[in-house]
Design a protein around this ligand. Structure first.
Ligand code: XMP
Length: 507
């Protein structure tokens, strides 16, 4: 059973899904125009219509499959979703001429969705340019703000709800109470716990592999997702070959760490040393997208070879996560920012069926599974690391010499973060080697060294990120440690850009 979220293009849709899962109900995001058949496949118990940039007043404005209403499910419309519901049931929406954006206060609230909310005027987050001015027959207003006499509505049968504000964002501090009430009214089971998830996943992978009869090839990157997948398959008793490609773009000691973590846990791990192949394919390449493409195609080449050597295999297992799925499905009109290449990004024409048990999970959910499955903390709590490795952290050509310098700098930065107890507080930290050199002085000597940039961010899922406010004393410590130990680096700078507008990686 699930809560189906129909996405009309709001930047907050993913947050709705997260909030629902944080309340221990399973949620999936489908495109706003999904058919009833597609929706029904997820066994919905309730539906949420997201906000979105369109106006219900525009001709051709997106709307859900009309037959959705025959399912008689509780529906919550947020912002655009509310305006759609109101219009659909005979109320009236008008353009306000301006965009109401920001904090507002509920001066009055009533009804089942608001039960248990603090009585003192709760703060909510608005972001809309159309407004409801007339209710559908017999509907009632359940909340109002100073500027907005119709801020939330409810249908006479208590099954359809709408709100002009966003309960899913942190700026609506009691939004979780509202969503929890909606789940309670809908009777959605609150059993989305790591333990239940694990049970379900084990059952699912056993089913997909015919009880373990089908042979599985698994691409392992050393990251949390694919390592956890290796453990899941092992726990489910499914025979598989986990291939770890050392592309020569790994972090210091990474290969040994991955082997030491996975081998004792019974994972059938094969390490392929393909570093020479990758490094020579990268020679002379400076363009970020071209680097990613070259690395992606080398990965595929190595995998095809291994599959041929060790096969036959029926299934290719990948640690693909929900954000990757949402991203590549792309909401209407979303732009491609970078071509992400990871081992979880092998193309499906590689000749196998895909087994992607985590394709509906967020990273923090996988981390909880990792802990349940006994993945050592060292690996489970590891910062994310991109599939193309250090190559996309070297601006310009990724030569062996630059890789060596960056690998050392990265290790010094990360180990210092751990020593200072700052590693777990940051979502990701990295060093970037720029091709820019600057003048310095060491003793009485002139030094003409590279500029190294350090970057650390806080984030929930990597989709947005804030630069981490690392203590100045720490930054001072790292900068002097790096410039002391790596003579090729003349200067260290700290990146203070958030995402957006920047991305986490530099390339
Ligand atoms: P960006 O740089 O897009 O990164 O803000 C968001 C998160 O994704 C990681 N990343 C990648 N991961 N293959 C991966 O497996 C890739 O090609 C790739 N590019 C970026 C990045 O490290 C961050 O955690």
């Amino acid at each position: 059973m699930s809560v189906v979220i129909l996405d009309f293009g709001s930047q907050y849709t993913r947050l709705i899904a997260r909030r629902i899962r944080e309340l221990h109900a399973y949620s999936v995001i489908l495109p706003g125009r999904a058919t009833v058949e597609q929706i029904s496949r997820h066994d919905p118990q309730a539906v949420i219509l997201s906000g979105g940039p369109a106006s219900v007043l525009q001709p051709g404005a997106p709307h859900p499959d009309e037959r959705l209403f025959d399912l008689n499910l509780p529906i919550l419309g947020i912002c655009y979703g509310m305006q759609y519901l109101v219009q659909r049931f005979g109320g009236r929406v008008i353009p306000t001429g301006t965009r109401e954006y920001g904090r507002a206060v509920l001066t009055r609230h009533a009804g089942a969705l608001f039960a248990g909310m603090d009585e003192t005027e709760p703060q909510v987050w608005m972001s809309h340019s159309d407004a409801v001015v007339e209710l559908p027959p017999e509907w009632r207003v359940t909340a109002e703000t100073e500027d907005n006499p119709i801020a939330a509505v409810e249908s006479p049968d208590g099954q359809l709800f709408g709100m002009q504000f966003h309960p899913e964002v942190v700026h609506t501090p009691q939004g979780k109470v509202i969503l929890e009430n909606f789940l309670r009214i809908s009777g959605v089971p609150l059993d989305w716990t790591p333990e239940r998830t694990l049970e379900r996943l084990i059952a699912k992978v056993r089913e997909r592999t015919d009880g373990g009869k089908k042979r599985v090839l698994l691409a392992v990157s050393g990251g949390v997702d694919s390592s956890t997948l290796a453990l899941l398959l092992t726990r489910a008793g499914i025979e598989h070959t986990a291939v770890f490609v050392d592309h020569g773009l790994l972090r210091l000691n990474e290969r040994e760490e991955v082997e030491q973590a996975l081998l004792p846990l019974g994972v059938n791990l094969v390490t392929v040393d393909a570093s020479e192949r990758f490094i020579s394919a990268l020679a002379g390449i400076t363009d970020p997208e071209e680097k990613r493409k070259v690395i992606g195609s080398e990965f595929i080449g190595v995998f095809r070879e291994e599959a041929r050597k060790r096969g036959p295999f029926h299934l290719l297992a990948q640690g693909t996560l929900y954000p990757d799925v949402i991203e590549s499905a792309g909401s209407e009109g979303s732009a491609s920012i970078k071509s992400h290449h990871n081992v979880g990004g092998l193309p499906d024409d590689i000749g196998f069926d895909l087994l992607e048990p985590f394709r509906y999970l967020f990273k923090d959910e996988v981390r909880r599974l990792a802990a349940l499955l006994g993945l050592p903390d060292e690996l489970g709590q590891r910062h994310p690391f991109p599939g193309p490795g250090l190559a996309i952290r070297i601006i310009g050509e990724a030569t062996p010499e630059r890789l060596r310098i960056l690998r050392e700098a990265d290790a010094l930065f990360i180990s210092a973060l751990k020593e200072w107890g700052l590693y777990k507080q940051t979502w990701q930290a990295l060093a970037v080697l720029t091709p820019v050199r600057s003048v310095g002085v060491v003793g009485d000597e002139r030094r003409y060294g590279y500029i190294l940039a350090l970057r650390a961010v806080t984030s929930v899922d990597g989709m947005t990120a804030d630069w981490a406010r690392l203590p100045h004393d720490f930054l001072d410590f790292v900068a002097s440690r790096i410039t002391r130990r790596i003579p090729e680096i003349g200067r260290v700078v700290y990146d203070i850009t958030s995402k957006p507008p920047a991305t986490i990686e530099w390339e």
